[in-house]
Design a protein around this ligand. Structure first.
Ligand SMILES: C[S@@+](CC[C@H](N)C(=O)[O-])C[C@H]1O[C@@H](n2cnc3c(N)ncnc32)[C@H](O)[C@@H]1O
Length: 422
């Protein structure tokens, strides 16, 4: 697909109305346009609540008819680009008006042109109004159920900045990434905007991309050498790779064929496929012939903790999504528990910020399954993130604090370690 604003506006519409992931749409864009497309979309999605609620209402007094709503998407893109990117204003305005003409006729072109001209004229004053407004009303509502206003505000700050790139090493003694900062938890952190393809030794399979918080679930298991592990929702395989690199024998289950194909590719690149069995199945129906020393349930969830890397989540998730995922998680953990050998461990993790998908799932599970007990989490570098129940609860702003932004922030994550009584 060429560098076409009409296409970009339709892509934004699909993200916001149909819940299509940005990472999926990126594949339809020509390689040479992909970097620009990604930056425009990420900037627009980060700034969308501000543009929609604080910028455009100044210039649009009448409701745009539903059948011409593509104009609104053109204005979201154009507004974000004029205010927060370096593209020359005349290019933004002309290309947006041309696309509007194609999609909604001369009226559309005039309208988009007039609004964007005013945004450009008042750019300095408008930019000064943006003082940390990134979350949508729905997203705020999810967080308000569990966190005080100050905590929500602190998390919101992280929605406005690009996340650093975190790497997990296959062998910690063999670090090819001289530029990286070694975090207290062992992940290597590279500056935001680092090109993955530019990092050495990718093809040699010495590392993989994994958020520092996501890397904790397996780290907290300690020595897994020789153990039989089941990764029940495994793709794309970040945690499977950690288990294999640690010396476990792993069965990786996932419902998604395409995501399992990515897992397979990743594990082959890392040369870790020797002790791996891959099974495509619904975890709720998976019936192995024997039990496992470790069962890892990295459950499907609202993914609200990943809003820094996936800003569309800020605009697409609702309290209902959290409720729906929590109901599935309840079923999945019951199933996972049946597959743990006596004395074995069950690890439950989600990248959700909602306690309904974390703390509440585990408390309810323990109440109905007395043969499982909580093992308090103990992972170097996360001492201040252990809750009074012994869970790990990482919030984007509480991971590694400090003045250095490179060292700060991680995906929101919840982890619980449970042990089956003998
Ligand atoms: C949070 S992601 C897992 C990430 C993975 N553990 C990693 O570290 O790379 C959740 C996964 O659950 C899978 N999934 C969703 N519902 C499932 C089900 N009923 N059975 C098995 N897998 C499922 C999804 O396809 C998705 O790959």
């Amino acid at each position: 697909m060429a560098n076409d604003r009409g296409y970009f506006a339709l892509a934004l519409q699909r993200i916001l109305e149909d819940g299509v992931a940005l990472s999926v749409l990126k594949n339809d864009v020509a390689t040479e346009d992909r970097g620009y497309f990604n930056m425009l979309m990420m900037t627009t999605l980060r700034q969308l609540a501000f543009i929609r609620e604080s910028v455009l209402p100044r210039y649009i007094k009448k409701k745009i008819p539903h059948k011409e709503r593509i104009l609104t998407y053109l204005l979201y893109l154009g507004g974000a680009e004029l205010l927060f990117m370096q593209t020359p204003a005349h290019a933004v305005i002309n290309l947006s008006a041309e696309a509007a003409k194609r999609l909604a006729g001369q009226f559309g072109a005039n309208f988009v042109n007039a609004v964007l001209r005013r945004v450009d004229k008042e750019k300095a004053a408008l930019c000064a109004l943006q003082n940390g407004h990134y979350f949508s009303r729905n997203f705020r509502q999810i967080l308000k159920q569990d966190y005080a206003p100050e905590a929500v505000k602190a998390m919101e700050k992280y929605a406005g900045v690009e996340a650093a790139l975190d790497i997990t090493l296959k062998n910690t003694a063999d670090n090819p990434l001289a530029d990286g900062v070694v975090l207290p938890t062992g992940s290597i952190r590279l500056p935001a905007n680092t090109k993955v393809s530019a990092i050495p030794e990718y093809a040699a399979g010495k590392w993989w991309v994994q958020d520092a918080a996501a890397a904790l679930a397996v780290k907290g298991l300690g020595d897994v050498r020789g153990l039989k592990a089941l990764d029940l929702c495994a793709a794309p395989g970040g945690k499977t790779a950690q288990l294999l690199a640690g010396g476990a024998e792993v069965t990786a289950v996932d419902i998604s064929e395409s995501r399992l194909a990515t897992l397979k590719e990743n594990i082959q690149r890392l040369d870790l496929a020797d002790k791996l069995a891959i099974v495509q199945a619904d975890a709720l129906e998976f019936t192995p012939t024997s039990l496992f020393d470790i069962v890892l349930l990295d459950a499907p969830c609202s993914a609200t903790g990943t809003f820094r890397r996936h800003p569309e989540i800020i605009h697409t998730r609702t309290v209902d999504d959290v409720r729906r995922q929590a109901a599935l998680q309840k079923e999945l953990i019951r199933k996972a528990a049946q597959l743990v050998t006596p004395g074995g461990k069950l690890v439950y993790a989600t990248c959700s910020l909602a306690k309904a998908e974390g703390e509440v799932v585990i408390r309810n599970f323990i109440a109905e399954q007395p043969e499982f007990a909580i093992v308090p989490a103990s992972i170097r570098g996360t001492e201040h993130s252990v809750t009074k129940d012994g869970f790990i609860r990482i919030l984007p702003h509480t991971f590694v604090t400090g003045e250095n932004t490179v060292l700060s922030g991680a995906d929101g994550f919840f982890i619980a370690y449970l042990q089956r009584k003998i």
